[in-house]
Design a protein around this ligand. Structure first.
Ligand code: SF4
Length: 322
């Protein structure tokens, strides 16, 4: 087997456009994300599309479900927590990230109220709203196009552009829905951050890279990639326990992520390359609990092969992230 990395202990400068680097360039200082819970639900949970949800979805709607109380209550608790941490106590600027469930589901008036509540949070300089592609329309896009922050991101769960896989993981929407959502957001100049997973049931790494290539032809401004991990009690974990699905190894995932980065335009902001399991929920693979080690390996693969984001796409000649 060909070696794709040499020494993971060597410090590596990320060869891609990290969110941290992007935000520091925009604001001149550190910006910290705060994850919030807006008490949303999902059409794939409430019976509108389905009741069981996507096969990988945890009880908290694929988020940490941190939220008790209003967005302001949650915000104040997180800021107090960060103020007590030596690494973050001088941080003044924050992004509000409404992650769990489908936050553009329901009437546009609900989204309008959410955006208004976000706008009143002290120190907030931008926001990310998590959703699925079939819960968007022109009225909601117009609201999001009108927010007062340059850093507003519509986090859109695409997962894969393979319709057979979408059926198998019970997403309840098609690849065409995802394409239409990205085109609609682009028309309204709303920045989308696309969420993809490697190692989905029935998909090889080549299948994953096929999705990345198809995605690269669509308009989007940010990306999150991670391996499929298996939360306790989920349908996908039941399949793993029966031997129907085998998790990717860290090495295979690192190589898949590094190759994906070469296919993604160099202007795209990389929000995440690792899964972030909530405490206690991870059944497998064990390695998904150590994000630092996974990132180090991705950086080592990129460096050893002299790859960078966009090298096989729009930026073949020199590493712009050196
Ligand atoms: S769309 Fe999101 S919240 Fe809804 S079931 Fe799927 S992963 Fe869970």
């Amino acid at each position: 087997m060909r070696l794709y990395f040499k020494d993971v202990s060597m410090p590596q400068i990320p060869r891609y456009r990290t969110l941290d680097r992007h935000l520091r360039a925009a604001f001149g200082e550190k910006v910290q994300k705060i994850t919030l819970d807006a008490g949303s639900t999902c059409p794939n949970r409430d019976g509108t599309i389905g009741t069981s949800g996507c096969t990988f979805c945890n009880a908290e709607g694929s988020g940490p479900g941190t939220g008790l109380g209003s967005l302001r209550d949650q915000w104040d608790r997180w800021r107090a927590r960060y103020a007590a941490m030596p690494r973050l106590r001088r941080t003044r600027l924050f992004l509000g990230y409404i992650q769990s469930f489908t936050n553009t589901y329901g009437p546009a008036s609900r989204l309008a109220a959410m955006l208004k509540e976000l706008a009143a949070l002290p120190g907030l300089v931008g926001a990310c709203i998590g959703t699925r592609p079939d819960c968007l329309d022109e009225e909601k896009m117009a609201l999001m196009a009108d927010v007062p922050w340059t850093e507003f991101w519509l986090d859109t769960g695409v997962q894969t552009l393979n319709d057979a896989t979408l059926v198998r993981i019970r997403r309840g929407h098609s690849a065409r829905d995802a394409e239409n959502a990205l085109l609609l957001a682009h028309r309204f100049r709303v920045k989308t951050c696309v969420h993809l997973m490697a190692g989905l049931p029935g998909e090889s790494v080549d299948d994953f890279l096929h999705t990345v290539r198809a995605l690269a032809a669509l308009p989007f401004a940010g990306i999150k990639i991670h391996n499929l991990y298996f939360p306790e009690g989920t349908a996908v974990d039941a399949e793993r326990r029966r031997g129907i699905i085998v998790p990717l190894s860290r090495e295979d995932y690192a190589l898949a992520a590094a190759r994906a980065l070469t296919l993604i335009p160099s202007s795209v902001v990389v929000h995440r390359l690792c899964a972030d399991p909530a405490p206690g929920e991870l059944a497998a693979p064990d390695w998904a609990a150590d994000k630092r080690a996974t990132l180090d390996l991705i950086h080592a693969v990129l460096s050893y092969n002299d790859w960078w984001q966009g090298k096989a796409c729009d930026c073949p000649d020199a590493n712009p992230f050196a």
